[in-house]
Each structure stands twice: as structure tokens, then as C-alpha cells.
Design a protein around this ligand. Sequence first.
Ligand SMILES: Cc1cc2nc3c(=O)[nH]c(=O)nc-3n(C[C@H](O)[C@H](O)[C@H](O)COP(=O)(O)OP(=O)(O)OC[C@H]3O[C@@H](n4cnc5c(N)ncnc54)[C@H](O)[C@@H]3O)c2cc1C
Length: 424
Amino acid sequence: MTDHFDVAIVGGGIAGLTAALYLAKGGKKVVVLELQDQLGGRAITNKKNGVSFNLGSHALYAGDAYHIFHELQLNQDIFRKVDEFHPYGIWKENIHYFPASTGFLMKSQLLSVSDKVKFGALLMKILRLDTASMPSVSLRTWMENNVRSPMIRHLLYVMARGGTYVQAPDLQVAGPLFRQMQRSITGVYYIKQGWGALVCELTQQARRLGVALVTGRKVASVDHMGGRVYSVTCTNKEHIPASQVILTTPPKVTSKLVPFSEQTSLKTWEEQAIPITAACLDIGLRRLPSSKHQFVYGVDQPVMMVNASRIDGLELSEQDDVQLFQMIKFQNENCDPQQDRKELEDALDLVQPGWRREVVTEQFLPRMTVVHDFMHMKRKENPGPVVPEIRGLYVAGDWATHGEYLVDGAAASAKRAAQHILTQ
Ligand SMILES: Cc1cc2nc3c(=O)[nH]c(=O)nc-3n(C[C@H](O)[C@H](O)[C@H](O)COP(=O)(O)OP(=O)(O)OC[C@H]3O[C@@H](n4cnc5c(N)ncnc54)[C@H](O)[C@@H]3O)c2cc1C
């Protein structure tokens, strides 16, 4: 490849593809270089025995990414809104109504009558919070200042974890977290045929706009001289000349790819990053033993379970009746994935007794990095979009968040980088 590109994008996940679309629409000549043989990164969908598995349970909230996908005019038919929310909670080996929906608030035995009123009022308050102007305090501090009842606090922690995958109340900054909670309460979407369909939409559009999409190509370094980027070099020794480079790789990889990165902001961004991981067990079941329990939070254990097939028209299985039950174990640093799997199976025994007889297929991902960083109290600065010390170098990806969570961080940071390039 001897062409000179305006922009070389390293990584063909949601961030890389989103940036490519904005840039190509803005008239730039763009190449996306992806290490794997397929595009999509952590948003791919794999088919096994006729069932489509994302890399763990994925829901799209009505946030930055959703609006960006609209702005990019992706086919709207792939977005399926979740209209019903009937959550249950596991507490002391029993399943309870979880009071986060209007229907279940009064029925739930997890709260006393007076706490139910307070909890309902608190959810309304959270929905109305002006999160942008909140002081930068941790979730724990906010709870201590605003919520007296230990059980209400606990339930809010459970919901916070469910919407962000993060369980670190002392670290998580309250404002961005509540913004994410507002989004997860007001609009949740699933993707028809899995998140791979989203990748497919982005890829098709990128091709139509003339973006060069190169898979199976590992970038080894970003070449810069005199404080300016001029090309990227791949492990096959190929040099790809480009005036600007966007790195959408994880923070550690990003630092490694840039010679002398220790003299740049990349060092700070790498050091401050706190990755979040989860064990994911997804099971295709011939039928659901309990049709009631489709969405279950662990209240006294860090798990969450959801039947993705409860949403009409999602087409996650070639056989109509097969139900895709997705389970997450939120991990901490000292996790043991096999123990995590056992805990998920034990929880499923409670939620869907007899499930073992119904298994059609399964996927277990022992330790997935859900995000490479999030908005936490130890952050010194928000990464990107520019790497200030090297002209023409940009970062994007879920870790380059300026307050957005999960894929919102990936899409919003990609848009920031692309817009910066387009306005130069
Ligand atoms: C279990 C799980 C559950 C999740 N649930 C949700 C959810 O419910 N809602 C939500 O919004 N988000 C969710 N996410 C997060 C979401 O999937 C990610 O935020 C998003 O896919 C990240 O996109 P990205 O482009 O930033 O990174 P990636 O998808 O990781 O893309 C980076 C790409 O760079 C490539 N690469 C790395 N090194 C090189 C190199 N040297 N050369 C070339 N290419 C390279 C990688 O192969 C990869 O394809 C979940 C993630 C996981 C794992």
C-alpha cells in the first residue's frame, strides 16, 4: 500500500469505524487498519449452533452513540427499543420484585413501605438531576449526603453497576454515572441480530464512502519526527504514509505504539486508566423454565442476568423458540473465572430451575475487558482527542471518555477526534 492517506485509523472497532465515517463524509482519504481478520473489535457477534452471541450482554442506551448512529444515518431498523422493564432481584437466596419499575415498586419486599416512597422519589430526583453541573464527588459521597436508608443505597449501587459495569462507589464520579443511569432508565435498545449488525452497517457505509478497510494488519508503530506524525508502520514492515493518525487501541497498546510516549500525555492516560472486566456466560435455552424472570439483578451478589430474546424481532436464533439468556459476573482484581462461572450457574439454578436440561449452546468468556477506563476520582485529565505533544496524533476509544460510558465513550471520542481533524 503506497498511497498517502489524510488519516490512518488504528483499530476497526466502533471507535475506529465511527471516526472513519465522519472523516470520509468530510472529504478525507482514510484507511482503517485492524489487527484481527474481522472488523468490529468488542462489538462483534459470533454465531454458534444457530445462536448469535455478542461478546457478552450488550445494550445500547439512548446516549451519544445512539445519536451518533442516527447522525451517520445507519439503518434504523436494527435498533429495537426495550419497552418493558420488569426487574427482579436475588437477595438471600430468594427472588424478589426489584423496585426500579413502577409496577414492582409497591410489590417489592426489598424495602419497607416508607423506604418505597423514598426510593420512588429518589429515582425521580435522579432522573431530573442536572448532571453536568454536579460537583465532582464520588458516588459514595453523593449517597452519604443524599440517602439515609442503607437498603436504598444498596439498591442504587446495584442499578449503578448494572448500567455501567463498574462497581467502585469510592472511585466512580457521581455526575457521569447519574447521566448514564438517566439514559438507562429512559431508553434502552437492543440490536437486531446482535451488535455485529451494527458493525456491518458501519462497515458498509465506510466502503460506500471509499474508506480503505484493511483487516489482518497489525500496526507496530506510529512514526513521528520533529513533533509531527508522518506514517504508521505495520508488523509486516509496510509503511503507510498519513498526515494524521487516530489510535483507538487500549491505553497500554497506544503508549507502546508511539516512540517516546513517556514524554507525552499518553503516559498519564495509561497510568490513570482503570480497566473494568466481567465474566460472561451466555446460554441458548430450548425454553425458559421460568418465563417470569427475564431480567434479574444480583442484590447481594455481583451478577446480572437478562433474557435477550424477550425483545420481539431480535432474530438472535435461527430456531424461533430458543431463548438467549445472558449473564454477567462483575469482577474485581482478584477474580477467579472458574469460580465466577460457578456463581453464575448457581444463580441461574435459582432464577431458571432446570435450565441444564434445556441447553442448546453456550459461550463463556472468562474475563472480558468491558471498558479500558471510566470517569473516576483518580483521573488527572480526560484523554484526547489530541495528543498535545505530537501534531497529527489523536486517541479515541471507550477509555478516551470525557464523561460518556461504554460504547458512548467509543463513539463520542471518535467524533471528537474526527471533528478536530476536519476543523484544522
Ligand atoms: C462483556 C461486555 C459487555 C459490554 N456491554 C456493553 C453495553 O451493554 N453497552 C455498551 O454501550 N457497551 C458495552 N460494552 C462496551 C463496548 O463493547 C465497547 O465500549 C466498544 O465496543 C469499544 O469499542 P472501541 O472501538 O473503543 O474498542 P475495540 O472494540 O476494542 O476496538 C479496538 C480495535 O483495535 C484493534 N487493535 C488493537 N491493537 C491493534 C494494532 N496494533 N493494530 C491494529 N489494530 C489493533 C483491536 O483488534 C480492536 O478491534 C461491553 C463490552 C464488553 C466486553
